[in-house]
Each structure stands twice: as structure tokens, then as C-alpha cells.
Design a protein around this ligand. Structure first.
Ligand code: ADP
Ligand code: TYD
Length: 204
């Protein structure tokens, strides 16, 4: 979609438990301290479709793969129209936890064609940068179950996540930068800052 963008769209992607939310928050704090206008957001959103998606977490297979895809796309359309496009036009730095690479990887791993999924996302503004977090699936699962003290939902089954990781590893788009997320929070934050810095220079 054509947006008169003066802002930046920085996306955090990867399988569950790779530390996306942690790093997003650290980057948001750093940028805010430096006086940049930051907007943190995520998908699935808190909107009507996002809430429907969360209801599915514990009984995913009650709808078809196409219906599931349609729900993620409807959520994203609402997100783009109400939050992302206005913020890009207003010159904000958007930090977004998951975006259409997640749809390619998760719905692709569930059986849909990745190229078809990408084409269905043609309404969504392209990111300036996607930070793609990569760590062994077991590492992510341990962090979720031990660190966050949560149980795994239907999107977080181990075999499925392995397929999702393979999907992520096969996506080639010019704005993707891959990050070894099995390291310390500080080391990863340092990489994130180094990757974001050149974009900030363009913004000023
Ligand atoms: P995601 O958003 O990718 O699902 P989170 O940022 O919520 O992941 O992190 C999952 C859990 O792992 C949290 O308890 C978090 O504190 C912890 N965590 C995040 N990054 C690291 C890291 N690099 N090393 C160890 N634990 C981490
Ligand atoms: P997650 O980031 O774990 O959100 P929450 O903190 O609310 O649990 O994302 C929810 C799940 O949705 C995650 O397992 C990935 C999945 N997902 C898709 O399958 N397709 C998509 O397009 C998106 C955005 C997420």
C-alpha cells in the first residue's frame, strides 16, 4: 500500500521464546532515552480479530487453514489501517512484535504455500528492517515454560515449531537480518543496536 512514510517500521520475528519481546522493549527504552518517537506494537493485536485468534490458542484445529489465514490477514489489515500507516506518516519509529513473516512461516508450516501467503499480504507496508531471531527450538521452549512459567499453546508444539523454523530459514527478502538469539540478552541487544543505527542516521 502506498504510504507517505517518514517513519520507520522495524519488525521482530522468530519462533516463540527467542527473546523478541525482551529485545523490543530494550530497544524501545534506548530509543526513547535518545528522544526518538517510538511506537511499540504487536501482532496478533488487541483488536477484534486478534482476540479471536487468541481464543484459538487452545483449540486451533476447529477452523480450516484458509480460515486461520483470513483471521491473521484481517487482524493485520486493521493494524495497518488504524495504527501502522498513520504512525509511519507521522514519522514514528514503529517496533512491531511479529508481522507478515510470521504468517509465511507459521501458516506455511501448517501447509499453505509461502508464495501465496506473501501475495495475500500485498496490502501491508514493507518493513525497513526485520530482525529475525534464531535459536534452537528447545531453547525457546525452555525459556517459555521455565522463564515465563507458561504452558505451551497450540501454536507452540515442538514438531510444528521445527517446521516453522525451517520456513523462517528459507525466506529471502532484502530487509531481513538474522540474529543468533541463543546468546545473552546484552550481546543480542548490542547486535540489535548496530543493525538499527544506520536507519536512524537516515531518519535525521
Ligand atoms: P518471545 O517474545 O520471542 O516469545 P520473550 O522475550 O518473551 O520471547 O522471552 C521468553 C523468556 O525468555 C522470557 O522469560 C525472557 O525473560 C527470557 N529471555 C529472553 N531473552 C533471553 C536470552 N537471550 N537469554 C535467556 N533468557 C532470555
Ligand atoms: P505471540 O507473539 O506468542 O503472542 P502472545 O504473546 O499473545 O502469545 O504470537 C501468538 C502466536 O501466533 C505465535 O505462536 C505465532 C502465531 N502467529 C501466526 O501463526 N501467524 C501470524 O501471522 C502471526 C502474527 C502469529
Amino acid at each position: 500500500m502506498a504510504v507517505n512514510r517518514t517513519g520507520l517500521l522495524i519488525v521482530f520475528e522468530g519462533t516463540d521464546g527467542t527473546g523478541k519481546s525482551t529485545q523490543l522493549q530494550l530497544l524501545a527504552d534506548t530509543l526513547q532515552e535518545q528522544g526518538f518517537p517510538v511506537l511499540s506494537t504487536r501482532e496478533p493485536t488487541e483488536g477484534v480479530y486478534g482476540r479471536k485468534i487468541r481464543e484459538l490458542y487452545t483449540h486451533r484445529h476447529t477452523i480450516s487453514q484458509e480460515e486461520e489465514l483470513d483471521l491473521f490477514l484481517a487482524d493485520r489489515k486493521e493494524h495497518v489501517e488504524e495504527i501502522l500507516s498513520p504512525a509511519l506518516e507521522a514519522g514514528k519509529i514503529i517496533l512491531c512484535d511479529r508481522y507478515y513473516l510470521s504468517t509465511i512461516a507459521y501458516q506455511g508450516a501448517a501447509g499453505l504455500d509461502p508464495e501465496y501467503i506473501l501475495a495475500r499480504n500485498d496490502f501491508a507496508p514493507a518493513p525497513d528492517l526485520v530482525l529475525l531471531f534464531q535459536a534452537p527450538i528447545q531453547t525457546g521452549i525452555k525459556r517459555i515454560t521455565q522463564g515465563r512459567g507458561e504452558r505451551l499453546n497450540d501454536f507452540e508444539k515442538e514438531d510444528y515449531l521445527r517446521q516453522v523454523a525451517i520456513m523462517f530459514s528459507q525466506i529471502e527478502l532484502p530487509f531481513i537480518r538474522r540474529i543468533d538469539a541463543a546468546r545473552s540478552i546484552e550481546a543480542i541487544h548490542c547486535d540489535v543496536l548496530n543493525l538499527v543505527q544506520p536507519l536512524l542516521e537516515k531518519l535525521q
